[in-house]
Ligand binder design. Structure first.
Ligand code: ATP
Length: 582
């Protein structure tokens, strides 16, 4: 397919926030795509060139992109720089400069999806001596052959500034609409996607083998599975009422890891499917030694353990190991323990389709309990009292709380269901859980804070129905000086001139940012609010009362943040807690 067709659709997508309109635009584009190119097109629609777990990222610096524009157009670097300063958008500048070319080269070729994708792929993967020059040439080659709005799309794409606003769910809907005219196939497509985390692969199989191919998909070792998530209830009694007799596990406040063993190959992924294998050399060894089958996929919570005090260290300490440098030094300094809690696949068998008690039995059988990998602590509770005793014991041991699990439930990848219910040690006030909110804007500092250029955050929760972010709190407290500096540096890089189209807000911060950074907040309670747009009905929404920052959650994507629906549930839960404690 000609790339110009894709650009026309991308242009239209950048103009609309309506999920329905985006789905229709995509479905139409898919209808003109064949099975040899659909995989590439889907990645491009995701703003990627390969799934997250492959670690292949394009992210070309603006300076390199400017050099490519110069090479392709013959315009001087200073001229490009000047125009860019004026427009604030390098994509528009590229289009402007290339449109001025008086002569079109005789050897100019029409760009296809395959050509554009292949050059992008090479740019992302080439390394070593002379690779900068090759990247510039590969990009310039595309620009030389581009026309109309193609330069704009190409440049925005390589510099990570293309704002299509396509959620993965919209792409799944569009694939379904393509075949049936309705969204009816979305659950089957979504199941397959949740098991493989590769939307391009799903689209390719769907084009080749239709729904039958999709329904046959089971987990694939080395392809991360999207995580099952926990619901919340107010207390032990409510959990037992919901689940009856259940298993209860310690909730470790660490770092969720998914471990894959495929013969001698081991891969470790984060909660958002990032490759993390290089961060955990000690765990890689342990997986090879302690996992007694050839292929397996299992999950656990990695937590730092202080041998001297025999105590667990909190999430923040665990995450310091994420830093790329000094990995082996850190491994010695803060030894990690992985508490394995779920088995998802073993030697060709899809354990996501087995009830919890079978998964657990097999997990204990195939993973030897050892120094680094240990089975998570688990009990069976028949009564609220038994659950409460175990909860109190966990909290006394410095853990976060418990997760109760339905013994008969399957592993539901990528969804928050009552198969798992979390109960955390109580927070101040009446809030039953912390909130993971997305930063959508920030304020410049006043008074002492002027020196950091940072005064606070405007935060939002995610509405997965409309794929928009709705504000819930302005956060001005809980920051260390180091964090203020960090926020100023990080947010300045993702600041945008106008309110992003996927943000719903009645408040204007000093600067808007692209919604991508997740922060954990605590608060006294959730209150009704005339200004915040979360759960807005008529003139009232919901907001956090006295919100404070507790953590920066780099292991979550914006779409993994607390959802609007969860806030409504938490608000109702809070009413139960207040009634109970009255
Ligand atoms: P939180 O921010 O409370 O950790 P979350 O949004 O990351 O929650 P939830 O589904 O709400 O995810 O809670 C489950 C999380 O608890 C898992 O993602 C995992 O990181 C952690 N966890 C710790 N111990 C366990 C366990 N024994 N079983 C399952 N999950 C556990």
């Amino acid at each position: 397919m000609q790339f110009s067709k894709v650009c026309l659709v991308f242009d239209a997508m950048e103009e609309t926030a309506s999920r329905l309109a985006l789905t229709d635009l995509l479905a139409k584009l898919f209808s003109e795509t064949d099975k040899t190119e659909v995989k590439k097109l889907v990645y491009l629609c995701q703003g990627r060139i390969s799934p997250q777990h492959t670690g292949i990222e394009l992210g070309m610096g603006e300076k390199l992109a400017e050099q490519a524009i110069s090479l392709a157009s013959g315009a001087k670097a200073e001229e490009i720089e000047k125009l860019y300063k004026k427009s604030g958008d390098l994509g528009n500048t590229a289009q402007e400069v290339l449109a001025k070319r008086t002569q079109h080269s005789l050897t100019q070729h029409e760009l296809t999806i395959a050509k554009v994708y292949d050059n992008f792929y090479k740019i992302a993967t080439i390394s070593g001596q002379g690779s900068q020059d090759t990247k510039i040439k590969l990009l310039a080659e595309l620009l030389v052959n581009s026309a109309e709005t193609e330069p704009k799309t190409i440049i925005r794409f390589v510099t990570g500034r293309l704002r299509l606003g396509t959620a993965d769910a919209t792409i799944l809907d569009a694939l379904s609409v393509l075949k049936t005219g309705t969204k009816e196939l979305r659950p089957s497509l979504e199941r397959a996607y949740n098991l493989t985390s590769d939307l391009g692969l799903i689209a390719e199989i769907f084009y080749k083998d239709g729904l039958t191919g999709i329904e046959k998909i089971i987990p694939i070792p080395l392809n991360p599975i999207r995580p099952a998530l926990a619901e919340r209830l107010a207390d032990a009694a409510a959990i037992i009422e919901k689940l009856g007799e259940c298993v209860v596990e310690a909730k470790y406040d660490g770092f969720r890891l998914q471990c894959h063993k495929d013969g001698d190959n081991v891969a470790i992924y984060s909660r958002k499917q990032e490759p993390m294998t290089h961060m955990f050399p000690d765990l890689v060894q342990a997986i090879k030694q302690q996992v007694k089958v050839k292929t397996a996929i299992f999950e656990g919570e990695a937590i730092a353990f202080d041998e001297d005090t025999q105590s667990y260290l909190p999430f923040q300490t665990t995450i310091t190991r994420k830093r790329k440098h000094g990995v082996s030094a850190k491994a010695k300094e803060i030894p990690l323990v992985l508490f394995a809690f779920e088995l998802l696949y073993a030697d060709g068998i899809d354990y996501t389709q087995k009830p919890f008690h079978e998964r657990r039995q097999k997990l204990e059988k195939i993973i030897k309990n050892g120094k680094i990998i240990q089975h998570s602590k688990i009990i069976t509770a028949k009564t609220p009292e038994q659950l409460q005793i175990f909860f109190d014991e966990c909290v006394a041991n410095g853990l976060e709380g418990i997760i109760a699990k339905d013994v008969n439930a399957l592993y539901i990848a990528g969804a928050r269901k009552f198969a798992w219910i979390k109960l955390k040690r109580s927070y101040q006030g009446n809030l039953a859980d912390t909130i993971d909110a997305v930063v959508v804007g920030f304020y410049r500092g006043k008074g002492k804070r002027t020196e950091f250029g940072f005064g606070g955050l405007l935060t939002a929760v995610y509405d997965d129905e409309s794929n928009t972010f709705k504000t819930i709190a302005k956060v001005g407290t809980g920051f260390t000086e180091e964090q203020m500096q960090w926020f100023n540096d990080t947010l300045s890089k993702i600041a945008v001139k106008e309110k992003p189209k996927n943000v719903e807000s009645n408040i204007e911060p000093d600067l808007w940012v692209t919604p991508q950074l997740v922060v954990t907040l605590t608060a006294d309670e959730i209150t009704r609010s005339p200004t915040h747009t979360c759960a807005m009905k008529n003139v009232e929404g919901l907001a956090l009362r006295f919100p404070r920052l507790t953590q920066i959650r780099e292991d979550k994507n914006a779409t993994d943040a607390t959802t609007e629906k969860e806030i409504v549930d938490l608000f109702n839960l809070q009413k139960n807690i207040q009634l109970r404690d009255a």
